[in-house]
Design a protein around this ligand. Structure first.
Ligand code: CDV
Length: 312
């Protein structure tokens, strides 16, 4: 009999600078209860789900940044409520937050929490977009390279609620390598939270085109790796800066099974057939039969593109 898991993407609307951690957790709890009402057993929350998307701001007082935006413990005093409620419902979840380690390292992190409330897995974001320098003339900034270190845990998967599940965070969804490394470990579900500005920091680009890229990436990554893909946004105008919604649950066929419609708090849910990709994995994307890694050397040996014509 095919395995099924009812999965929800619990999208958050805006969290402003003035919003407290407690207010964020209250909203997450409301979303969790709604997801429970829909029968969900696995709930995916966004990237940096406890605070505003603070990397848009240049801030110099690191102690203040740590106090306002980083978690020293997980669960902490406020987030414990979320762990308790999820455990009461027998729900597992993915949660993104800013992590400050005991030895002073800062990461953009996501955790996978089992239905018994235990932390099963941790992922620290590897593809950090943006810049580390101050750009005071820009309309907004994207300072992930200032506030976070590159994740040091690699791309991993875990046995989770009868499935093999991997985690990514936001910008990772633009890099096929990240998905393929998870798929090569047998990923059946990839969970990912995101905060994506509707405006392009670097050059003018229609917001609809940015959403188009988001959708085509999600559909192709799910299909080419034969995995379920759950992508959850934090969306809307945070202190006047817009981020798009379009949270998604994508099937291994590349079809969108569910999509959010608002830029507010919103839950979408789908009963995912985890074995849907069985045929695909034995035919078109039978990696063992068809991949040719002997011809992929450059992917790991070279970072940036160099022009290397065969006839030179
Ligand atoms: N939080 C992110 O990683 N956002 C990036 C933006 C900056 C392009 C994204 O890939 O959506």
């Amino acid at each position: 009999m095919a395995r099924h898991l009812k999965i929800a993407a619990a999208q958050l609307g805006p969290l402003h600078k003035a919003d407290s951690r407690g207010a964020a957790v209250s909203r997450l709890l409301k979303l969790l209860r709604e997801a429970h009402g829909m029968g969900a057993k696995f709930v995916v929350f966004p990237e940096l789900a406890l605070t505003t998307f603070f990397p848009r701001w240049w801030m110099e007082d690191q102690a203040e940044v740590d106090r306002r935006y980083f978690e020293r413990e997980m669960p902490g005093p406020e987030t414990q409520l979320l762990f308790d409620e999820a455990k009461k419902f027998g729900i597992g979840f993915y949660l993104g937050y800013a992590e400050l380690t005991r030895d002073g390292h800062r990461f953009n992190t996501a955790i996978l929490v089992g239905p018994d409330g235990s932390i099963i897995g941790k992922y620290r974001k590897i593809h950090l977009p943006g810049h580390a320098d101050h750009k005071p003339k820009a309309a907004f900034q994207h300072l992930e390279k200032k506030y976070f270190e590159v994740g040091d845990l690699g791309f991993r998967v875990w046995k989770f609620m009868g499935t093999i599940t991997g985690m990514l965070i936001c910008n990772d969804r633009r890099w096929p390598e990240a998905f393929r490394v998870l798929a090569l470990q047998g990923a059946e579900i990839v969970a990912l939270g995101f905060n994506t500005p509707s405006e392009n920091l670097h050059y003018p680009e229609p917001p609809a085109l940015r959403v188009h890229h988001h959708l085509i990436m999600a559909q192709s990554m799910a299909f080419q790796n034969a995995t379920w893909l759950v992508e959850t946004a934090k969306a809307g105008y945070e202190d006047g800066f817009r981020m798009f919604g379009h949270s998604l649950i994508v099937a291994p066929t590349g079809e969108i099974a569910a999509k959010s419609q608002s830029e507010e708090d919103e839950v979408i849910c789908h009963n995912c057939d985890i074995d849907l990709a069985a045929n695909l994995k034995q035919t078109m994307f039978n990696f063992a039969a068809h991949r040719r890694p002997e011809h992929y050397r450059l992917i790991v040996d070279r970072v940036g593109a160099q022009v290397t014509p065969a006839n030179e």
